[in-house]
Write a protein that binds this ligand. Structure first.
Ligand SMILES: [Zn+2]
Length: 142
Protein backbone atom coordinates (compact mmCIF):
# COMPACT_ATOMS: atom_id res chain seq x y z
CA UNK A 1 0.00 0.00 0.00
CA UNK A 2 1.25 3.40 -0.97
CA UNK A 3 0.74 5.92 1.83
CA UNK A 4 1.82 8.86 -0.24
CA UNK A 5 -0.73 8.09 -2.93
CA UNK A 6 -3.52 7.86 -0.39
CA UNK A 7 -2.50 11.20 1.00
CA UNK A 8 -2.64 12.86 -2.40
CA UNK A 9 -6.02 11.25 -3.04
CA UNK A 10 -7.76 12.60 0.03
CA UNK A 11 -6.38 16.08 -0.59
CA UNK A 12 -7.63 15.97 -4.18
CA UNK A 13 -10.99 14.69 -3.05
CA UNK A 14 -11.27 17.39 -0.40
CA UNK A 15 -10.54 20.08 -2.98
CA UNK A 16 -13.17 18.66 -5.25
CA UNK A 17 -15.76 18.49 -2.48
CA UNK A 18 -14.99 22.08 -1.50
CA UNK A 19 -15.62 23.13 -5.11
CA UNK A 20 -18.82 21.10 -5.33
CA UNK A 21 -20.28 22.03 -1.96
CA UNK A 22 -19.70 25.76 -1.45
CA UNK A 23 -22.26 25.85 1.37
CA UNK A 24 -20.75 22.95 3.26
CA UNK A 25 -20.29 24.02 6.93
CA UNK A 26 -16.64 22.96 7.13
CA UNK A 27 -15.44 24.72 3.98
CA UNK A 28 -13.27 27.14 5.94
CA UNK A 29 -11.70 24.47 8.14
CA UNK A 30 -11.03 22.10 5.25
CA UNK A 31 -9.58 24.90 3.11
CA UNK A 32 -7.22 25.77 5.95
CA UNK A 33 -6.10 22.13 6.20
CA UNK A 34 -5.50 22.05 2.45
CA UNK A 35 -3.41 25.21 2.60
CA UNK A 36 -1.30 23.66 5.35
CA UNK A 37 -0.97 20.46 3.33
CA UNK A 38 0.32 22.39 0.33
CA UNK A 39 3.32 23.61 2.28
CA UNK A 40 3.79 20.64 4.61
CA UNK A 41 6.58 18.31 3.53
CA UNK A 42 6.86 16.16 6.65
CA UNK A 43 5.06 12.88 5.91
CA UNK A 44 3.81 12.35 9.46
CA UNK A 45 2.44 15.87 9.58
CA UNK A 46 0.71 15.30 6.24
CA UNK A 47 -0.80 12.11 7.66
CA UNK A 48 -2.24 14.14 10.52
CA UNK A 49 -3.72 16.63 8.07
CA UNK A 50 -5.11 13.73 6.07
CA UNK A 51 -6.77 12.27 9.16
CA UNK A 52 -8.27 15.65 10.01
CA UNK A 53 -9.66 15.94 6.49
CA UNK A 54 -11.18 12.47 6.71
CA UNK A 55 -12.76 13.43 9.98
CA UNK A 56 -14.09 16.74 8.66
CA UNK A 57 -15.45 15.21 5.47
CA UNK A 58 -17.02 12.40 7.47
CA UNK A 59 -18.68 14.73 9.94
CA UNK A 60 -21.42 15.84 7.54
CA UNK A 61 -23.77 13.68 5.51
CA UNK A 62 -23.32 15.40 2.14
CA UNK A 63 -19.54 15.47 2.24
CA UNK A 64 -19.27 11.97 3.67
CA UNK A 65 -21.41 10.55 0.89
CA UNK A 66 -19.31 12.39 -1.72
CA UNK A 67 -16.06 11.23 -0.13
CA UNK A 68 -17.22 7.62 -0.22
CA UNK A 69 -18.15 8.01 -3.87
CA UNK A 70 -14.80 9.52 -4.75
CA UNK A 71 -12.72 7.21 -2.55
CA UNK A 72 -14.41 3.81 -2.75
CA UNK A 73 -11.14 1.89 -2.89
CA UNK A 74 -9.05 3.99 -0.57
CA UNK A 75 -11.48 3.48 2.27
CA UNK A 76 -10.91 -0.27 1.96
CA UNK A 77 -7.17 0.07 1.55
CA UNK A 78 -6.92 2.16 4.66
CA UNK A 79 -8.63 -0.64 6.50
CA UNK A 80 -5.66 -2.89 5.88
CA UNK A 81 -3.48 -0.59 7.95
CA UNK A 82 -5.00 -2.10 11.05
CA UNK A 83 -5.04 1.20 12.89
CA UNK A 84 -8.68 0.75 13.82
CA UNK A 85 -8.71 -3.03 14.09
CA UNK A 86 -10.90 -3.50 11.06
CA UNK A 87 -12.17 -6.73 9.61
CA UNK A 88 -9.90 -8.41 7.05
CA UNK A 89 -13.04 -8.88 4.95
CA UNK A 90 -12.44 -5.43 3.47
CA UNK A 91 -8.84 -5.93 2.45
CA UNK A 92 -9.70 -6.99 -1.09
CA UNK A 93 -10.82 -3.48 -1.97
CA UNK A 94 -13.73 -4.97 -3.89
CA UNK A 95 -17.18 -3.43 -3.45
CA UNK A 96 -18.98 -5.09 -0.55
CA UNK A 97 -22.56 -4.85 0.69
CA UNK A 98 -22.91 -2.43 3.57
CA UNK A 99 -22.96 -3.42 7.18
CA UNK A 100 -25.67 -1.61 9.08
CA UNK A 101 -27.29 -1.05 12.43
CA UNK A 102 -31.03 -1.57 12.57
CA UNK A 103 -33.75 -1.04 15.15
CA UNK A 104 -34.94 -4.43 16.52
CA UNK A 105 -38.48 -3.03 16.44
CA UNK A 106 -38.68 -2.88 12.68
CA UNK A 107 -37.37 -1.26 9.56
CA UNK A 108 -38.17 2.31 10.58
CA UNK A 109 -34.52 2.97 11.37
CA UNK A 110 -31.42 1.75 9.55
CA UNK A 111 -27.98 3.23 10.01
CA UNK A 112 -25.74 2.07 7.14
CA UNK A 113 -22.04 1.83 7.85
CA UNK A 114 -20.94 3.92 4.89
CA UNK A 115 -17.25 3.14 5.07
CA UNK A 116 -14.99 0.91 7.08
CA UNK A 117 -13.08 4.06 7.83
CA UNK A 118 -16.16 6.00 8.90
CA UNK A 119 -14.85 8.38 11.56
CA UNK A 120 -18.32 8.88 13.00
CA UNK A 121 -19.29 6.22 15.54
CA UNK A 122 -22.66 4.63 14.83
CA UNK A 123 -25.57 5.54 17.10
CA UNK A 124 -26.27 3.11 19.92
CA UNK A 125 -29.99 3.63 20.11
CA UNK A 126 -32.89 4.05 17.73
CA UNK A 127 -33.73 7.76 17.58
CA UNK A 128 -37.42 6.91 17.24
CA UNK A 129 -38.06 4.63 20.22
CA UNK A 130 -34.71 4.49 22.00
CA UNK A 131 -34.16 0.74 21.67
CA UNK A 132 -30.59 -0.48 21.41
CA UNK A 133 -29.68 -0.94 17.76
CA UNK A 134 -28.76 -4.36 16.42
CA UNK A 135 -25.79 -4.90 14.12
CA UNK A 136 -26.46 -6.62 10.81
CA UNK A 137 -23.47 -7.75 8.83
CA UNK A 138 -23.41 -7.07 5.12
CA UNK A 139 -25.41 -9.59 3.14
CA UNK A 140 -27.71 -10.73 5.95
CA UNK A 141 -31.43 -10.14 5.84
CA UNK A 142 -33.11 -7.71 8.21
ZN1 LIG B 1 -36.85 1.94 16.68
Amino acid sequence: MNDEKDTEDIFMVAERILAELPDWPEVEAAAALLRRANTETDLDARKDLEDELYWLLGSHEASRRRMNELLPDTAGERGTGGERGLEPLYSSGAPVPKDRYVCPQGSHYVYPVLSVDDPEPPPEHCPIDGLALVFRAAGTAD
